[in-house]
Design a protein around this ligand. Sequence first.
Ligand SMILES: Cc1ncc(COP(=O)(O)O)c(C=O)c1O
Length: 399
Amino acid sequence: MTLRANPWLAGVAVPPIAEAQGWIEGRSFPAEKPLIDVCQAVPGYAPPSALTQHMAAALQHPATHRYTDITGLPDLRQALAADIGRSYGLGDQPSVAAENVMITAGCNQAYCLATAALARAGDEIILPLPYYFNYQMWLEMIGVTARHIGFRPEAGGLPDLMEIEAAINAKTRALVLISPNNPTGSVYPPEYLLAALELCKRAGIALILDETYRDFMPHDEPPHALFRTHCWEGHLIHLYSFSKVFCLTGYRVGAIVADPKLIEEIGKAMDCVAICAPRIGQIAAIHGLKALDDWLHGNTGLMRDRLAALQKAFTRNDLGYEVVSAGAYFAYVKHPHRDRKAADVARRLADRQNVLALPGSMFGPGQDDYLRVAFANVEADKMPEIAARLAADAADLSW
Ligand SMILES: Cc1ncc(COP(=O)(O)O)c(C=O)c1O
C-alpha cells in the first residue's frame, strides 16, 4: 500500500470472525462429519414470516426509502422505552421515556458513538477481561486507552469491583460491562450491577452497560433495577441490539438509552457517520416490539433448552474440556491442552474435528486457556456431537 494508514488503525487486530472463517475457506465437509460452526453469534433460525411480510409491505411506501430523524423513528423510540418499562418492571411511572432513546445502526455503532461522546484521545475506559473484541479495537483506533480488569473464572467471570475502583483515575471516563456477557455467557446479578453503578457514581464516570442478550436471560426476572435508581441518567448508558432478538443482524438496528442531553451530543456524531440508522431495520424493530412477543418468548425458551443441552453434553467425563461459564448465547470453555495456545487449539479443532470456535486469545491477554463456543447457532440435539468431537480432540495427543 502506498498510502500510510493511521497507525492507530493499522495497529488494530484484523476482524476476528473473518479471520476464523478464513481457516475453513474453500474446504468442503463430509456428510458424516459436517462443519459445526460455533464461531459467530447469530440466531440459527430465520425471522418469522409475519416480520418479513411486514417489511415487504413497507417497501411499497415512498417514505420507507428516506432518512429518519437522527435519533430514529419516534415510534421506535417510544416502543423501546415502553418495552424497557415492561422488561425492567418500571411500573406506572416509568423512568425511561422516548427522549432517552437513540436508535443506532446496531449495538456496535451504539458503543462507538457513546464512547466517542464521552472520551477523547488520551482518556481511559475500563474494559474487563475477556473483552468483546470490537470494543477493544474501537478504543485503540480512536486513541483511548482500554484499562483491563483481570478475568476471575472462580467468580463466574464477574470482574472484581475493588480492582475496578483501583483502576479509576483522573483520565477514566467509563466502565464497560456486558450482561449476559460475550464471550463468557455470565449473567451479572442485579446486586452486582447496582454496586457497579454506585461505584461509577462515586467516581464520576459512566457505566456503559451492553445488554444485547437481555432477551435470552436464564430466568424471567427483570435483568436489574438500575433504571429504578434515583437519577439513573446521570451515570448509566444502556446499549441494546435488535440484531439477535428479531434476527435482524443484516439490517443494523440497535439503541442507546441515556440522558437526553447526552443523546443530543451523540446525535452530532450520528449525523456525521450515518445520519440515521437504516429505516427498514427500524420498521422491522417496531413490528418486533409490537407484535412478536410470543415468537420472542418461544426463542428465549429455545435458547434455554440449548444451554441446558450443552451443559448436559459437557458432563461426559472423558471430555477434557470444561465449561467455565455459560449463558444466553455463549459458553466459555477451558481446553485440556495446557501448554498450547488457544489459537492453535481452535485451528486444530477446525482442521481435524470440523468445529469452528473462537480462541480465547481473541478476547484479550491471558485468555489462552479458553475457547468461546457460540452455542446458540446449534440445535439442542447437536450438543452431544460437539462434546463427542471435543472428546476426540482431547484424546488426540498428536500435534
Ligand atoms: C456484546 C455485543 N455487543 C454488541 C454486538 C453487536 O450487535 P449489533 O449487531 O447490534 O451491532 C454484539 C454482537 O455479537 C455483541 O455480542
